[in-house]
Design a protein around this ligand. Structure first.
Ligand code: NDP
Length: 475
């Protein structure tokens, strides 16, 4: 069995032990043995990153551009192989896995360009003869903690801007899906990233992530994952004086109005709720449907969901891959049971037989917005359908949540689409599109309990990965 180590100071370094990376489509299939490190690996990685920081932050932007451009090109050239790895370790279908790899390549290429555009301004002072310069500088050593559900895109969209703006990185990917992050580390090394600039430490969050958050040598933490872990990390970062950015959960609404095109509404809901096995923070888990279209919508959604082919992620026919592991499957099944207890009419949601963690998509019809299944992030292939009288009620219910990541509406009314765009309490709004599925060159992030700190991706990523210095110059 192949063994995959940490990357610390440009060297591959063994962990204290290893953890098997298991294919959720076939739990007999082991992708590889990945380092399971102890906290001392974080200390070594931080030391290497601090040592590398002055030269990297001071390097010509061309140097940083060239590393990121080369990494993007290498990822793109290996998209099929890496897409397969992603599908094998996480369970996304091959099409989804390959698409995510392409996106990671595009992100590296985008931030190669951003390395040349750090931003800044020169202004006249209000005092005669004095100039004011506003410049952006690297933050220092940044700790990147990533979840399992986007094993290459999220590491890419944190690492690429961090490196572009001159920061050094210590990355800890989710223990469930370390393979793609390991490949990013290897590709950055092959692309000429200097020793110590990008460090990868593999192991559990309770050991590795926790040490990163408390480490005085780390200046900033960017985290994506669950709400409880994120909130805890946020508090610890404030206590230890770190800059922090948190991307957490969602309970994203998709509003369907009477005037919607039924085909568009069902396709958007099906995609948003069930594709990627519902394991997306932007998944549509509350389908809020006005009375006139409700019954036709439920009938078509239920039929189309039941027709989706659930199976091995590596089978090109598969539309819904497995749930990521047994714990997540148990959690999903508990929510299916809860939906029944709470009075929903449940279709699907049962286990589909096979050598992996297969579950059919679940529609919770007859739900209301007070039920736990409509308020808590399930993170599986399940969606509540909530019937409402009209647009005003739909909007009120859409916003009645502690989260605010993505919010969608299907309608042919410009008036309602425009009103919804302005009044949805979410960081992202989708009109006649699934709530999930975003571009790589524009900001990503939410409001309320979903996000904390500056936006990720696009030119907005600069806000987190740089710090501002204002200089006054007298003649
Ligand atoms: P977590 O929030 O626990 O994990 C996210 C990342 O944080 C992982 O790398 C994890 O490491 C790390 N981590 C865990 N504990 C700590 C800690 N004390 N200090 C620092 N880092 C830590 O989410 P899970 O993966 O356990 O998933 C649990 C639930 O979270 C899911 O069922 C889902 O509901 C939600 N989730 C939401 C995501 C989103 O994008 N909104 C993404 C992933 C999960 P490791 O996993 O290696 O232990």
């Amino acid at each position: 069995m192949a063994r995959f180590d940490n990357l610390i100071g440009g060297e591959w370094v063994e962990g204290a032990g290893t953890t098997a990376n298991v294919n959720p489509s076939d739990i007999e299939d082991i992708v590889g043995d990945y380092a399971s490190s102890d906290a001392s690996a974080v200390d070594a990685a931080v030391e290497a990153a601090r040592a590398a920081f002055p030269a990297w932050a001071g390097a010509s932007p061309q140097v940083r551009h060239d590393v990121l451009e080369a990494a993007g090109a290498k990822i793109m050239a290996r998209k099929d192989e890496l897409g397969r790895l992603l599908s094998r370790e996480e369970g996304k279908t091959l099409a989804e896995g390959t698409g995510e790899v392409i996106r990671a390549a595009q992100i590296f290429k985008f931030f190669a360009g951003e390395a040349l555009r750090p931003g800044g301004e020169a202004l006249p002072s209000v005092r005669p003869g004095i100039e004011v310069l506003i410049e952006r500088e690297a933050v220092g050593v940044v700790g990147l903690i990533t979840p399992w559900n986007f094993p290459i895109a999220i590491p890419a969209w944190k690492a690429a801007p961090a490196l572009a703006f001159g920061n050094c990185v210590v990355m800890k990917p989710a223990e469930l899906t370390p393979g793609c992050a390991w490949e990013i580390a290897n590709i950055l090394k092959e692309s000429g990233c200097p020793d110590g600039v990008f460090n990868l430490v593999l192991g559990p969050g309770s050991r590795i992530g926790a040490r990163m958050v408390e480490h005085p040598g780390i200046d900033a933490i960017s985290f994506t994952g669950s709400v409880p872990t994120g909130r805890r990390i946020g508090v610890q970062c404030v206590e230890t004086g770190k800059k922090v950015q948190l991307e957490m959960g969602g309970k994203n609404p998709m509003v369907v109005l009477d005037d919607a095109d039924l085909g568009v509404a069902v396709a958007a809901s099906l995609n948003g709720a069930f594709f990627s096995t519902g394991q997306r923070c932007t998944a549509s888990s509350r389908l809020i449907v006005t009375a006139g279209i409700h019954d036709a919508f439920v009938e078509k959604l239920t039929a189309d969901a039941a027709a989706l082919k659930v199976g091995d992620a590596l089978d090109p026919e598969t539309q819904i891959g497995p749930v990521v592991n047994q714990d997540q499957l148990d959690q999903n099944l508990a929510y299916v049971a809860l939906a029944k207890e709470e009075g929903c009419e449940v279709s699907g949601g049962d286990i589909a037989n096979g050598p992996g963690y297969f579950q059919r998509p679940a529609v919770f019809a007859g739900a209301d917005n007070t039920m736990r299944v409509s308020r808590e992030e399930i993170f599986g292939p399940a969606a509540s359908v909530i019937k409402v009288a009209d647009y005003d009620e739909a909007l009120a219910i859409a916003n009645d949540t502690e989260f605010g990541l993505s919010s969608g509406i299907c309608t042919t009314s410009l008036k309602h689409a425009s009103h919804f765009r302005r009044h949805a309490e979410a960081g992202m709004v989708m009109v006649n599109l699934p709530t999930a599925g975003v571009d790589y060159h524009v900001p990503f992030g939410g409001r309320k309990g979903s996000s904390y700190g500056p936006r990720e991706q696009g030119t907005y990523a600069r806000e987190f990965y740089t710090q501002v210095k204002t200089t006054y110059v007298a003649p």
